[in-house]
Design a protein around this ligand. Structure first.
Ligand SMILES: NC(=O)c1ccc[n+]([C@@H]2O[C@H](COP(=O)([O-])OP(=O)(O)OC[C@H]3O[C@@H](n4cnc5c(N)ncnc54)[C@H](O)[C@@H]3O)[C@@H](O)[C@H]2O)c1
Length: 295
């Protein structure tokens, strides 16, 4: 079988936190980008964020001004899906809701080239299920980037049951061109990283709930005793407690094992609206600097 044509033109659907970062890194790597979102102001905001982040890289001398200008010039913003017609791949980064993802696949499919790959940046939804919905399951794949994309080195490639080898090869080569290291995961809830990381955070919340330690001792224990760069409760606040709860529910439901039950204390924090950094309070209170443990 002949090797697939290398990817040069990348469509990105959704210009939010992740779509923005993916476009930034791909454009810097010399790829041509078509960035699509629902409204022009969203695209303008995304381009402004990218310009600001690229300018910071110039200040730090990790790139020069010519590379910044060339990257920005490679990005074509659009609010219509026909802009994807010339793309070798479209990476979908719309909100984490299966109904929204299914709806956008139905809208963009008629515009895709016959060889084009469709990749989802989903952090939890089954690639096999989304691939079936896409109607091109052999050319459908998970490309799970991590936030913030310009800083994080990993891309988890998720193979659905029907994803073809040429599709996997093409997205592995694309991620490598973007300077990322890839790992290949089978399509089960949480894939590799979240399957391991999020239950660890949930267990730290159980340790707090059961009075085994305080917020400070649990975080310090994992930093100094396990060499984690950040304690698990600090990390939970950073990620957002609602997101941690959502992922635990996906694992619990998808894998059917009670070892993935969300900690009742986590459920209460989310019910209280104490979601971490983004609401000013989670396990820490962020109204003062440095943040203060709340228990
Ligand atoms: N944020 C993270 O830390 C993170 C990490 C890894 C993976 N992900 C996954 O990446 C995906 C996107 O997450 P995000 O954090 O960037 O979300 P976000 O809310 O920041 O951005 C989503 C974007 O999609 C746009 N959008 C909504 N409906 C659309 C449509 N029909 N057509 C085109 N654009 C549409 C929105 O306007 C918004 O700009 C999700 O599947 C999420 O689970 C997120």
């Amino acid at each position: 079988m002949s090797s697939p044509t290398p990817i040069q033109r990348v469509g990105i659907l959704g210009a939010g936190a992740m779509g923005n970062g993916i476009a930034h890194v791909a454009a810097l790597a010399g790829l041509d980008i078509v960035l699509v979102d629902t409204a022009r102001p969203v695209l303008d905001k995304s381009l402004a964020t990218m310009a600001k982040n690229l300018a910071r890289q110039v200040e730090k001398s990790t790139i020069d001004a010519a590379a910044r200008d060339a990257a920005l010039a490679r990005i074509t913003p659009s609010t219509t899906h026909d802009a994807f017609a010339t793309c070798d791949i479209v990476i979908e980064a719309v909100p984490e809701r299966e109904d929204i993802k299914r709806a956008v696949y139905a809208q963009i499919l008629p515009h895709l080239a016959p060889h084009a790959i469709l990749a989802s940046n989903t952090s939890s939804i089954s690639i096999t299920t989304l691939g079936t919905a896409s109607t091109i399951p052999d050319r459908f794949v998970g490309m799970h980037f991590f936030n913030p994309v310009p800083m994080m080195k990993l891309v988890e490639i998720i193979s659905g049951l029907a994803t073809s080898r040429p599709t996997l090869d093409a997205v592995e080569a694309l991620a490598a061109r973007m300077g990322k290291t890839t790992i290949l995961a089978a399509d089960f809830s949480g894939f590799i990283v979240n399957r391991i990381l999020v239950p660890m955070i949930n267990e730290a919340i159980f340790a707090l709930h059961e009075g085994i330690g305080t917020i400070t001792s649990i975080d310090q224990g994992m930093k100094l005793g396990a060499a984690h760069p950040m304690g698990p409760l600090t990390l939970a606040d950073f990620v957002g407690l609602d997101i941690v709860l959502d992922v635990m529910r996906v694992l619990h439901h998808g894998l059917g094992d009670d070892k993935y039950r969300p900690c009742p204390l986590l459920i209460n924090y989310v019910a209280a609206g104490w979601l971490g950094r983004k609401t000013g309070r989670g396990f820490y209170d962020y109204s003062s600097n440095p943040p203060v443990p709340t228990r």
